[in-house]
Write a protein that binds this ligand. Structure first.
Ligand SMILES: *[C@@H]1O[C@H](CO)[C@@H](O)[C@H](O)[C@H]1NC(C)=O
Ligand SMILES: *[C@@H]1O[C@H](CO)[C@@H](O)[C@H](O)[C@H]1NC(C)=O
Ligand SMILES: *[C@@H]1O[C@H](CO)[C@@H](O)[C@H](O)[C@H]1NC(C)=O
Ligand SMILES: *[C@@H]1O[C@H](CO)[C@@H](O)[C@H](O)[C@H]1NC(C)=O
Ligand SMILES: *[C@@H]1O[C@H](CO)[C@@H](O)[C@H](O)[C@H]1NC(C)=O
Length: 255
């Protein structure tokens, strides 16, 4: 989301909650900023280096996104509490809140690679890691398309080790997927950024009524789960109704 600096801190201190006799870690909003400058950061310029820069904190500062040191430290702290949670739910936002002119889609993929690598380094023995895309996992931010593009491809290449090759058909088209956690529990990891219209941004969808066929997917999966008496966990970055072109009413048939 856009209230990045404090959301990032809150998210990095994410809770480790006990579920079904095991533990799950929910972590989100790294907003990793590779250009954070602790020696010469300018808070009026995203804490990047400028002629007005000053000495900022080694682990981040007010009005700044997270430097690598903070991402690493937060993950190591979480892993110190429990190195082997049964699941890690990772709800996105890997690029900083900076002007779209200052980065491009290669930078988005690079940041996703970096945070993925940090997560693996902190939790080498956890294989059930379920990422979703946040609105700050695209260039331009919030501008997710409903068709193939280098960001979906780049993220999928990083994440298929966890979410599986069978996720390719939905992920490469719309950045969402299904995963069977066990015989009676299904995970639907959604890309709700498709419905987010912060700043009045309206993407040029090929199917505006149901971008990337995600509603159709939910309908099929949820009716199937109902029929089979299965539990469904739904994970996403933007909550239903949050600055949404598709209002909460769009979701009601599905909940
Ligand atoms: C530095 O501060 C001066 C005076 O406030 C301002 O005019 C200038 O635009 C600033 N430079 C940058 C790079 O922010
Ligand atoms: C993104 O910018 C970098 C330079 O900062 C450049 O090397 C790269 O080719 C650009 N990628 C795209 C997709 O424009
Ligand atoms: C991962 O598992 C290996 C082998 O069991 C163990 O030696 C190592 O300490 C574990 N690392 C963490 C961070 O749990
Ligand atoms: C929207 O997409 C269509 C088909 O991909 C393209 O022909 C059209 O120029 C696009 N419109 C804008 C405003 O980008
Ligand atoms: C629905 O469930 C049936 C039986 O379990 C399965 O064969 C089918 O692939 C499922 N469809 C979807 C869309 O998950």
């Amino acid at each position: 989301m856009w209230r990045g600096w404090w959301l990032a801190i809150a998210a990095l201190l994410a809770p480790i909650a006990k579920v079904d006799g095991g533990f799950a870690l929910h972590i989100s909003d790294f907003h990793l900023d590779n250009d954070y400058s602790p020696m010469n950061g300018d808070i009026s310029f995203y804490c990047h280096s400028s002629t007005n820069g000053t000495r900022l904190g080694d682990y981040g500062d007010y009005m700044c996104d997270a430097p690598k040191s903070l991402v690493k430290n937060a993950l190591n702290a979480a892993s110190g509490i429990n190195p082997t949670p049964q699941y890690i739910f990772w709800t996105g936002d890997n690029v900083p809140h900076i002007d779209n002119k200052l980065y491009n889609s290669s930078d988005v993929v690079r940041n996703i690679q970096q945070t993925t690598a940090q997560l693996i380094a902190a939790f080498p023995n956890v294989s059930k890691i379920f990422p979703v895309l946040g609105n700050h996992d695209y260039w331009p931010s919030n501008g997710f398309p409903d068709q193939q593009n280098p960001v979906y491809k780049g993220a999928f290449d990083q994440w298929k080790q966890w979410i599986g090759d069978q996720a390719a058909s939905t992920f490469l088209k719309g950045g969402y997927y299904k995963y069977s956690l066990d015989s009676k529990t299904t995970l639907l990891a959604l890309n709700t950024n498709l419905y987010y219209n912060e700043d009045g941004y309206f993407p040029n969808f090929t199917n505006p009524a149901d971008p990337a066929d995600q509603f159709d997917f939910m309908e099929q999966e949820l009716s199937n789960a109902t029929k089979n008496g299965q539990f469904v966990h739904i994970v996403a970055h933007i909550a239903p109704g949050g600055n949404s072109a598709h209002t909460l009413a769009s979701f009601i048939p599905y909940v």
